[in-house]
Design a protein. Sequence first.
Length: 136
Amino acid sequence: MMRMPRVCAPSLSCLACIVLVTGGCRDKPAEPTARVLDGVIEKVDLAGREMTVRYYAERQKIERDQTVRINKATEVMINGVVARLEDVRVGERARGEVLIERTGDDVIYTAKRIEIQRAEPLKPKSAALGEQEADS
């Protein structure tokens, strides 16, 4: 049986202490951070459940486009009334709270809440259908 030299044993002990103190490998992604995004809607992808918002980035002092995911938990409000992604229009100013998740090199923006103010009120779905029937 081979014996390890005495010099090696303390080195292994130090290495084990470093791993324990630093927490070892970090497989767990960082906690998502919340941020308010205020800008103009450039694109709405209903099938992909995403929208692209152009906003002014204060740090970089430039306008940027950011794609934001919309999930079932996302609350869409137009003039204070609950709405759907289908009601959102390109060119509208939107303000929303987004969660930013970082995993490795990927950064994913997911909307928690989107607020839009329009000059005209949002028509309820039943009223919009009634108008279409009256027009025919």
